[in-house]
Design a protein around this ligand. Structure first.
Ligand code: GCO
Ligand code: MN
Ligand code: MN
Length: 389
């Protein structure tokens, strides 16, 4: 029997070494799972059917590794990739774990820390490029404050801009085919992180020297932490031509960063997101930046990873059904029907159009009295998701 929901390379499902590799350590408790090596994690991901694996520099090469150790680790990792066929579509830098980054990296008040962060990132970019990554993610883990007495946000923004401008030039200078994707998050681990939403990041990108090289990496959990509609943020990024990568996971609104399995919490939002990505033809990675419940062993970690991909594919099938459902489509056609008498407004402004429009009369009361069948449309969507149509 064929499994309709089997992950295939064309689905571009990827995981970070830090996701399936999470040992369950949290601020309240020690690890509950034994640490696996990058090579073991590549094999685990291959077993569950992932297409690719992403990493922070120090997920692969420990921060204190000697050059000889680094070379051996990279060699072993490349061999595991060759054995399994997994690829590395994205790489990133860990600029948050080491105590040196306790007050941020590119936005730190300390010039030594900022320079070290640049150096660490150039080296990590080299590593990512060596392994074939096409996207380089920047998540400003500690780029923020607890107290705004400590840093000036204008200085922080200027420093972050200068760092990204420097790194764009570095990538061009090296001839790497690498694009940057900035990942916003409102808070955690800082009380407030700069550039907290997708919209804020998009505005910032326009101020860079090479905006064409820089897009966004929106994450479900990050917008949900702030109580925002993730699909709307993704749509704005797509509209701007900036959806370079996406971090899929799930979580309840307003909580700490839960990083649950994709679709674990807000299935309706997940559905509209998948439908959006599939309808517009997003070609990038579907990266699951999530981790298994702390209660699980590695068998449950595999169930978690399979679940992320399976739920995505089920929702993709539901999206196709939504698009083919005669009743749903008839309602959509009804509510989106255009009024031919207003087609003169298409194609932009003219003095004549403005005059003509000013002369028109609208039946405001009748407009307000029109009923929109949105309850019916939403109920049909819910029934489709619940599997009864
Ligand atoms: C988080 C972030 C990270 C980043 C990762 C890649 O909340 O911790 O989502 O997982 O995505 O550092 O840059
Ligand atoms: Mn996150
Ligand atoms: Mn993320």
């Amino acid at each position: 029997m064929t499994d309709h929901y089997q992950p295939l390379p064309e689905h571009r499902f990827t995981f970070g070494l830090w996701t399936v590799g999470s040992t369950g350590r949290d601020p309240f408790g020690d690890p509950v799972r034994q640490k696996l090596s990058p090579v073991q994690l590549v094999h685990l991901l291959a077993e569950v059917g992932a297409y690719g694996v992403n990493f922070h520099d120090n997920d692969l090469v420990p921060i204190d590794a000697t050059p000889a150790e680094r070379d051996q680790i990279v060699k072993d990792f490349k061999q595991a990739l060759a054995e399994t066929g997994l690829v590395v579509p994205m790489a990133t830098t860990n600029l948050f774990f080491d105590p040196a980054f306790k007050d941020g990296a590119f936005t730190s008040n300390d010039a030594q820390v900022r320079a070290y962060a640049l150096q660490k990132t150039m080296r990590a970019i080299d590593l990512g490029a060596e392994l074939g990554a096409g996207v380089y993610v920047f998540w400003g883990g500690r780029e923020g404050t607890e107290s705004d007495a400590t840093k000036n946000p204008l200085d922080a923004g200027k420093r972050f801009r200068e760092a990204l401008n420097f790194l764009c030039e570095y990538v061009k200078d090296q001839g790497y085919a690498l694009k940057f994707a900035l990942e916003p998050k409102p808070n955690e681990p800082r009380s407030d992180i700069y550039l907290p939403t997708v919209g804020a990041m998009l505005g910032f990108i326009a101020t860079l020297d090479h905006p064409e090289m820089v897009g966004v990496n929106p994450e479900v959990a990050h917008e949900h932490m702030a109580g925002l509609n993730f699909m709307h943020a993704v749509a704005q990024a797509w509209d701007a031509g900036k959806l370079f990568h996406i971090d899929l996971n799930d979580q309840k609104f307003g909580r700490y960063d839960q990083d649950f399995r994709f679709g674990a919490e807000m299935i309706k939002q997940a559905f509209f997101l998948v439908r959006f990505l599939e309808d517009v033809g997003y070609q990038g990675s579907r990266h699951f930046d999530a981790h298994a419940y702390r209660t699980g062993d590695y068998e449950d970690v595999k169930a978690f990873a399979r679940g992320c991909m399976r739920t995505y594919l089920i929702l993709k099938e539901k999206a196709a059904r939504f698009n083919q459902d005669a009743e749903i489509q008839a309602l959509l056609a009804e509510v989106t029907a255009q009024d031919e008498s207003l087609s003169f407004l298409n194609g932009g402004y003219s003095r004549q159009k403005a005059d003509r429009l000013k002369d028109m009369t609208f039946d405001r009361v009748a407009l307000g009295a029109r009923g929109l069948p949105y309850e019916r449309l939403d109920q049909l969507t819910v029934e489709l998701l619940l599997g009864v149509r």
